[in-house]
Design a binder for this molecule. Structure first.
Ligand code: ADP
Ligand code: ADP
Ligand code: MG
Length: 668
C-alpha cells in the first residue's frame, strides 16, 4: 500500500525517518529549501525535491508545495517529522483530501489535542488530573488578575496553541502581571498567529514526565513507559531519559493507563506523547499531548527495542498493532542529550556558522542521530537542534557514563554548540544522583558554568592528556634535530623521568612522566597522585586523544596553540600551559619581576643545536644578558641569563645538540 514516502521535514529527523524507510525497503523523497541542498538528509534520500527559498513559510511550512512534491514524485504517504507541519490539522486534512496518507493521527484528533485549552477540557471531562487553573482563555488584564488571585501565585501564563516552550511567562508577584501578559501575547501572536492565553498554577521544582503511547485504527492502544525530560532551559528539553528514577511500577501503570485513556477519548491513532508534570509528592498533572513523533523518541526505542517510525508507518498503512501491552518490556536505561547550535554562556542564544570539522563518537550502546556534517551551514532559519546523542546501559549510571564518554569525543568545530554544557550537566553529581527538576539548570549553573569546581581527578586526567601531547611534540622536535649533530649516534638517551609544571587557570600541577612513545605505556605522577596511562591510539595533533587511565578508556578533545593546549573533558573546558621546570621558573621570573630566581644553573630551554657560546668562564653577567645562541627549527635564538651572577662552569659547546633541561651553564 505504501512504497514511497515524502518526508516533510529536514535535519536529523529526516535522516532518522529515511533510515527506517531503507530498513523497510521503502523509497524516500526529501524536500529541501535553497539553503539545504547538500544536507545529509537530502543526500541520504532516494529522491529529492527543491520546494522553495530558505524561510520556512515559503518552503517547509508550505502545504501546497509539499503535497505537490509528494504527488509528482509518486509518493503514497507523507511523514511530517516534528515541528513544522507535524501538528497542523489543516495539513493532515489536505493530505487526506489529495488521496494521500498522513503518517500521524487524524485531523480531528490533532485539532482536539493540539489546542491546550481544548485538550485540558477533555482531560478534565474524563477525570485526568490537570494543573489547577482557568480552563478558558483570559480576555484581558482584569480577568488575568482575578484568575491569579483565584489560583494563587506563582502562576504561569501559557499560549493556548503553544509549543517549543514559546511565550510562557511565570508571574511571582501581581505587579509583574501586566508586563508578563503583554510579553506573552506579543510572543504567542508572533509564533502561532493566535493570542489566546490561559493561566495555571506554576508548580515549583516539578519533574517533566511523559508517556509514549501508540494506537492503531482498530482500538488497540498501548503505552511504552515514561520519559523524564526535566532537564530544560527556556522550558525546552535538553536531556531526556527513560525510565525515570522516581517512577516506579505502580506509578508507571497509573500514568500509562491515564495516557491511554486520554488518547482513546480523542480517538487517537499512531504515535503520540502525553506530557505530565510531577510534583514533589508525586502527584501528576496533565500538561498537553504531542500528536507526533517526539524529538526524544530514541531513548524509548533503546529500552524497548521497537522502531517507532516503523510502527507509525505500519499503523498509517492500516496494519494492526503487533505489540501487546504486556510485551512492551523496558530493558535497561537510556539517556539522550540534544546538541544545539547555541551559546550556554550567553543565555542559550542561537549561534550560526559553518561546521568546519565534524567527528561523531562511536562505540557500543551509543546512538547518534545527526543532521549535519562538515560543510553544513547553520542558518537562522530553522530550529537549532543539530544532532542527538543517546546511550544505553544496564542501569542509569552505566548509561550516564557511556553518554559522558561519548560526548567527550563529539567534535564539532566552526559553530558554537552546547556539547560541553550538556556534558557538564551529565557529569554533575546532582545529575548522577538523579536529583532532577525543571529548575536543575538554574540551580546548578550560572551563565552556562557549573557552580561547583571540577574534581581533582578530572583536572589530573586533563593535565596528563595535555602533558603527553606536549611531551611528544618536544621529543619529536628533539629527534628531528639529532642529525644536525656532528657526533651522529652518540647522543645520550633521554632521561627516564621528565618533569613538567602545568598551569591551568589558578591551578598548578607538578607532573612527572616516565615511559616512552614506543611502549605507549606511561607512569605519570600528578601532584603526588600516581596513574598508569596507556595511549593505544596516540595520534598526535588529531583533535581527539584516547587514553586508558588506570585501565579505563577516556577520550579528550584538544586544541593546540604554541605550548598552550585547550582541553575538553566531561564538560570542563580549560587551557593548559605546559612548562619544563626551567621554562616555568623563567615564566615566573618574567611574570613576577620582583621574584628572584635562585637557580644557579642555566638549563636548556628547548631542543636544538648550540651555535655559539658568548660568555667565558668566570665572567660577571646580568640577568637577561645573552649567554649563548641556539639553532632550532631553522631559527637562531639567543639564550639569556636567568639571573645576575658569575659564570662557574660552561658545559655547552658550539656544534653540540642539546635537549630541553640539559644543564648548559652553572653560576657561582
Ligand atoms: P519535544 O517534546 O518533541 O521536544 P518540543 O515541544 O520541544 O517537543 O518541539 C519539538 C521541536 O519542534 C522543537 O525543536 C521545537 O522547537 C519545535 N517546535 C515545537 N512546536 C513548534 C511550533 N509550533 N512551531 C515551530 N516549531 C515548533
Ligand atoms: P510546550 O507546548 O511549549 O511544550 P508545555 O505545556 O508542554 O508547553 O510545557 C513545557 C514545559 O514548561 C514543561 O515541561 C515544564 O517544564 C514547564 N511547565 C509547563 N507548565 C507548567 C506549570 N504549570 N508549572 C511548572 N512548570 C510548567
Ligand atoms: Mg510540551
Amino acid at each position: 500500500m505504501i512504497d514511497k514516502i515524502l518526508i516533510a521535514n529536514r535535519g536529523e529527523i529526516a535522516v532518522r525517518i529515511i533510515k527506517t524507510c531503507k530498513k523497510m525497503g521503502l523509497k524516500s523523497v526529501a524536500v529541501y529549501s535553497e539553503v539545504d541542498f547538500r544536507s545529509p538528509y537530502v543526500l541520504a534520500a532516494d529522491e529529492s525535491c527543491l520546494i522553495g527559498p530558505a524561510p520556512a513559510r515559503e518552503s517547509y511550512l508550505n502545504i501546497e508545495k509539499t503535497i505537490r512534491a509528494a504527488i509528482s514524485h509518486g509518493c503514497q504517504a507523507i511523514h511530517p517529522g516534528y515541528g513544522f507541519l507535524s501538528e497542523n490539522a489543516e495539513f493532515a486534512r489536505v493530505i487526506q483530501e489529495s488521496g494521500l496518507i498522513f503518517i500521524g493521527p487524524t485531523p480531528e484528533a490533532i485539532s482536539l489535542l493540539g489546542d491546550k485549552t481544548a485538550s485540558k477540557a477533555l482531560a478534565t471531562k474524563i477525570g485526568v488530573p490537570v494543573v489547577p487553573g482557568r480552563q478558558e482563555p483570559i480576555a484581558d488584564i482584569d480577568e488575568a488578575i482575578a484568575a491569579a488571585h483565584e489560583i494563587g501565585l506563582p502562576v504561569l501564563l501559557k499560549p493556548a496553541s503553544g509549543g517549543g516552550g514559546r511565550g510562557m511567562r511565570i508571574v511571582n508577584d501581581m505587579t509583574e502581571l501586566p508586563a508578563a501578559l503583554e510579553a506573552c501575547r506579543v510572543e504567542t501572536l508572533k509564533s502561532f498567529g493566535d493570542d489566546r492565553i490561559f493561566v495555571e498554577r506554576f508548580i515549583s521544582r516539578p519533574r517533566h514526565i511523559e508517556i509514549q503511547v501508540i494506537a492503531d485504527n482498530y482500538g488497540n492502544i498501548i503505552h511504552l513507559g515514561e520519559r523524564e525530560c526535566s532537564i530544560q532551559r527556556r522550558y525546552q528539553k535538553v536531556i531526556e531519559e527513560t525510565p525515570s528514577r522516581v517512577v516506579h511500577e505502580s506509578l508507571r501503570g497509573k500514568m500509562g493507563e491515564t495516557a491511554c485513556n486520554l488518547a482513546k477519548a480523542a480517538a487517537y491513532t499512531g504515535v503520540g506523547t502525553v506530557e505530565f508534570i510531577l510534583d514533589a509528592e508525586k502527584n501528576f498533572y496533565f500538561l498537553e499531548m504531542n500528536t507526533r513523533l517526539q524529538v526524544e523518541h530514541p531513548v524509548t526505542e533503546m529500552v524497548t527495542g521497537l522502531d517507532l517510525v516503523e510502527l507509525q508507518i505500519r499503523v498509517a498503512a492500516g496494519e494492526p498493532l503487533g505489540v501487546k501491552q504486556e510485551e512492551a518490556l523496558l530493558k535497561g536505561w537510556a539517556i539522550e542529550a540534544r546538541i544545539c547550535a547555541e551559546d550556554p554562556t550567553r543565555g542559550f542564544l542561537p549561534t550560526t556558522g559553518m561546521v568546519t570539522r565534524y567527528a561523531i563518537p562511536s562505540g557500543k550502546n551509543i546512538r547518534v542521530d545527526s543532521g549535519i556534517d562538515a560543510g553544513s551551514v547553520i542558518s537562522i532559519h530553522y530550529d537549532n537542534l543539530l544532532t542527538k546523542l543517546a546511550a544505553w546501559g544496564a542501569n542509569r549510571e552505566e548509561a550516564r557514563k557511556t553518554l559522558v564518554r561519548a560526548l567527550n569525543g563529539y567534535h564539532i568545530e566552526g559553530v558554537t554548540t552546547n556539547v560541553d554544557f550538556v556534558n557538564a550537566i551529565l557529569s554533575h553529581p546532582a545529575f548522577a544522583a538523579g536529583d532532577l527538576s525543571t529548575s536543575f539548570i538554574e540551580e546548578h549553573f550560572e551563565d552556562g558554568q557549573s557552580r561547583i569546581a571540577p574534581s581533582d581527578q578530572d583536572l589530573h586526567y586533563m593535565t596528563m592528556a595535555a602533558v603527553l601531547v606536549s611531551h611528544t611534540r618536544r621529543t619529536l622536535v628533539r629527534d628531528s634535530l639529532r642529525p644536525m649533530s656532528p657526533h651522529v649516534g652518540t647522543a645520550e638517551p633521554p632521561p627516564p623521568i621528565h618533569r613538567y609544571v602545568v598551569r591551568s587557570s589558578l591551578d598548578v600541577f607538578d607532573v612527572q612522566l616516565e615511559g616512552s612513545e614506543q611502549s605507549r605505556r606511561w607512569n605519570i605522577i600528578v601532584n603526588d597522585k600516581p596513574y598508569k596511562v596507556v595511549a593505544p591510539e596516540f595520534e598526535y595533533y588529531r583533535r581527539r586523544l584516547k587514553l586508558y587511565i588506570d585501565g579505563l578508556a577516556n577520550m579528550f578533545r584538544l586544541r593546540y596553540s604554541d605550548n598552550h593546549i585547550q582541553a575538553y573533558f566531561c564538560g570542563i573546558v580549560r587551557m593548559f600551559e605546559i612548562y619544563t621546570p626551567l621554562e616555568w621558573s623563567l615564566a615566573q621570573y618574567m611574570l613576577a619581576d620582583i621574584k628572584t630566581v635562585e637557580d644557579n644553573e642555566l638549563k636548556c630551554p628547548m631542543p636544538g643545536l648550540i651555535t655559539a657560546v658568548t660568555v667565558e668562564q668566570g665572567a660577571q653577567v646580568r640577568k637577561g644578558q645573552e649567554l649563548l645562541r641556539m639553532e632550532s627549527m631553522k631559527m637562531e635564538s639567543a639564550v639569556a641569563s636567568p639571573r645576575d651572577g658569575q659564570i662557574d662552569r660552561i658545559f655547552a659547546q658550539p656544534g653540540q645538540t642539546v635537549d630541553t633541561d640539559e644543564i648548559l651553564i652553572t653560576f657561582k
